[in-house]
Design a protein around this ligand. Sequence first.
Ligand SMILES: Cc1cc2nc3c(=O)[nH]c(=O)nc-3n(C[C@H](O)[C@H](O)[C@H](O)COP(=O)(O)O)c2cc1C
Length: 370
Amino acid sequence: MSGRTTSVGRGTLCQILDIRYPIILAGMGGASGPELAAAVSNAGGLGVLGAAMQEPEGLDEWIRRTKSLTSEPFGVDTLLPARVPEDLTEEQLRAAIPAGYLDGVASIREQFGLPADADLKPLFPALSKAFFDRQLEVVMDHRVPVYAAGLGDPARYVEEFHRRGTKVIGVVGNVRNASRVAQGGTDVIVAQGHDGGGHNSPVGTMALIPQVVDAVGGRAAVVAAGGIGDGRGIVAAMALGATGVWMGTRFLGTEESNIPDGQKKQLLEASDQDTIVTRYVTGKPVRMLRSGLPPEFEKRGLGPLPFPQMGLVSGPLLGGAERVGRYDLSPGAAGQVAGMINSIQPAGEVVAQLVRETAEALERLGGSAL
Ligand SMILES: Cc1cc2nc3c(=O)[nH]c(=O)nc-3n(C[C@H](O)[C@H](O)[C@H](O)COP(=O)(O)O)c2cc1C
């Protein structure tokens, strides 16, 4: 299996990213850490650090560690939301949350006996333009091989990244954003459909990919994401016109993924019907394993807060649930392929298995799908 046969305007995905297989580990906030990213890169894919929630110092450490674990190309994923405050502290963001809302949240915490001490962090650090700029400075200083904007349009940074030898990926969930991001000179467009874990598009992957491929028209390499769990999914993505895949949930089920064992257990037990899409995590739609928390907000008439305020409230609740082992309340983000994950494997083995499965699926088609 190699991406060298599928060509786009500026070369194939493997040539653009200098990798062996067109399999990219999705940036998954917190879950795709240095060990997982390095393992995927060492196996011939592209490992991407899920650095959305990393403070600049922590991000610097992650990049250094990844460099010590692999000499292969790897990437860093952060968020670049379009509308964020210029420079607000966590206290200022918190002050905008109505007091009655916080009382309701406290009653959820009490109901489940969750801790409420100061060590429990919000889901995100103070998400402001200043925070994202500091993250980007670190990524640029390190001249990492690949930068991925998990949210928002990286256009205004593309020239500087290219000057430093960094390739740029933009993650999108609809055709309009795909066209806009491609227009800005981004090298690779990841189109993520409704099936996927984490922030989510209303459009299903199967319908989204060919429409994005047509709209981008070879200006950037299009990579498919959302609901790809094995080699059959990879072949399907390629058949839809993608030049590669960006896979998250499949790599959560690995020894190296940076999630608690309690969440790995929830993942192993999940069926195809065990994910939900909710705004009660970040304020934007997120697909996660079914959690007991969103119904508690609804019961109390508390609608989801906007991004990024929601993360200030949900982070300590989810973190508190993890601390007391309530993984039914904090099972983690995951996509609809969760039901396909039945064992925890080393990530390098997963890449090798995906390559084998892709070859087998292609052989079964025997050059003719009909
Ligand atoms: C646990 C988890 C965390 C995620 N965090 C991020 C993130 O921080 N940034 C981002 O760009 N996408 C994030 N995503 C989305 C993934 O990058 C990717 O698009 C998605 O996992 C693809 O769908 P799949 O899970 O079906 O493979 C996350 C997904 C999961 C499962």
